[in-house]
Design a protein around this ligand. Structure first.
Ligand SMILES: Cc1ncc(COP(=O)(O)O)c(C=O)c1O
Length: 389
């Protein structure tokens, strides 16, 4: 049976493209301008935070978030999961922090709160959580412990737009949060990302970081005045406060984002329904189906083989290939980052073995596309095929 099922389909629709065409007909300025500002405001309102800064990717959001953190708090240890995207760990290393790893909770694929709390030391500068594949991983215990110890929480929500904890959206709990709008995510601006925060000081640094570290990008007259007075030899238009980057996005992305945001919540409802149907019809003796779905917003189907059996795994992969179902082994980011060459060089040998839950996902976890227009019958057909393995 051919299912012809790509990782993502139709994520930018004709409606989005028509919005863009209408915009382009006005012969507008295409570099960062009014639509970027409006998208940021609308995004902040949707998320429930004060400020957002639109950038050119989720990886850029990670990069400038950690750069700003370094300038505000100095370097030290950052607790991160080995199951995440490469840029979460790369941004930690690139900014001179030491990554400290914590294993995941198999029910939500996010760092286990016990493990995180156990890894906190007096050098911990932040906990950089990744909400994997739409699952919530926050707990009251983690939030309270970090508050008590005055350790900032950074939330990577690149895979979990719209997921909630206790009625509030993920990405509105920490000091700062990061989102991605790459094609294969809940919504897409082709490439794109967002940094969101309630913290005025962090917001101002992030705005400057996005544009070469330039002071005129700040919205604060106090900051601009301070730098201008302290540096009378510099043109006020060209004061660079930080050795930063250009990670701006364009009006084109913002027009697409504004159009997409209007239907994000409806799409998430459809995707969650799809995922529940998928889990309900999978054979729970062969696959894990007991995820903690409360508050989740899943843009992908998680397929995790229950027992570590490589023969069974080969069968499952062959079935999916034969049916034309695109998949990614290792789930988020290809599994255990500690097995990747860039980390093996700097971590203790065989460090990856210390994270058995991530190791299981590395070898026996998959993700498959979950898009709003998936037909029920197709989901049931896929379950039937997988259950025959
Ligand atoms: C958890 C996580 N963080 C960051 C990123 C990076 O986002 P982008 O691909 O937009 O650079 C991704 C990308 O898929 C991701 O899954």
């Amino acid at each position: 049976m051919k299912l012809n099922w790509p990782l993502m389909e139709n994520n930018i629709t004709m409606r989005d493209l028509n919005a863009l065409i209408d915009f382009l007909k006005g012969n507008p300025r295409l570099t960062q301008s009014d639509n970027v500002a409006s998208f940021e405001k609308e995004w902040s309102r949707w998320l429930g935070v004060r400020h957002s800064v639109y950038v050119n990717s989720g990886a850029s959001a990670n990069l400038i978030t950690l750069a700003a953190l370094k300038h505000l708090y100095g370097t030290g240890e950052i607790i991160v999961p080995p199951l995440t995207w490469v840029s979460d760990i790369a941004s930690v290393i690139q900014n001179g922090f030491t990554p400290v790893f914590a294993d995941i909770n198999p029910k939500n694929l996010c760092m286990n709160d016990d493990e995180v709390i156990r890894k906190i030391t007096d050098k911990t500068k932040a906990v950089f959580i990744t909400y994997v594949q739409g699952f919530n991983g926050l707990t009251d215990r983690l939030i309270e412990t970090l508050k008590e110890k005055n350790i900032p929480l950074i939330e990577d929500v690149c895979e979990s737009h719209g997921a909630i904890f206790k009625g509030k959206k993920l990405g509105s709990f920490g000091l700062v949060s990061n989102f991605s709008f790459y094609f294969a995510h809940h919504m897409s601006t082709v490439e794109g990302g967002m940094v969101s925060t309630n913290d005025e000081g962090f917001y101002e640094i992030i705005r400057m970081m996005r544009s070469h570290g330039m002071v005129r990008e700040s919205t604060s007259d106090n900051i601009k005045q301070k730098y201008t007075e302290e540096h009378p030899d510099l043109s006020p238009d060209f004061i660079f406060a930080y050795p930063a980057y250009n990670v701006r996005n364009t009006e084109i992305g913002a027009v697409l984002g504004r159009s997409q945001l209007k239907r994000l919540d409806d799409n998430n409802v459809k995707r969650n329904k799809n995922f529940k149907l998928f889990l309900k019809n999978l054979d729970s003796t062969k696959y894990r189906t007991d995820f903690d779905l409360e508050g989740s917003s899943n843009y992908a189907f998680n397929l995790i083989i229950k027992e570590p059996n490589s023969e069974f795994r080969d069968k499952v992969e062959a079935i999916m290939k034969e049916a034309g179902v695109e998949f990614r082994r290792g789930s988020s980011g290809g599994g255990n980052q500690l097995r990747q060459p860039y980390l093996k060089k700097i971590m203790a040998e065989n460090e990856y073995e210390n994270y058995p839950e991530v190791e299981h996902i590395h070898f026996y976890g998959y993700y498959i596309g979950n898009y709003p227009e998936l037909e029920e019958v197709k989901i049931l057909d896929l379950c039937n095929l997988l259950n025959m393995a």
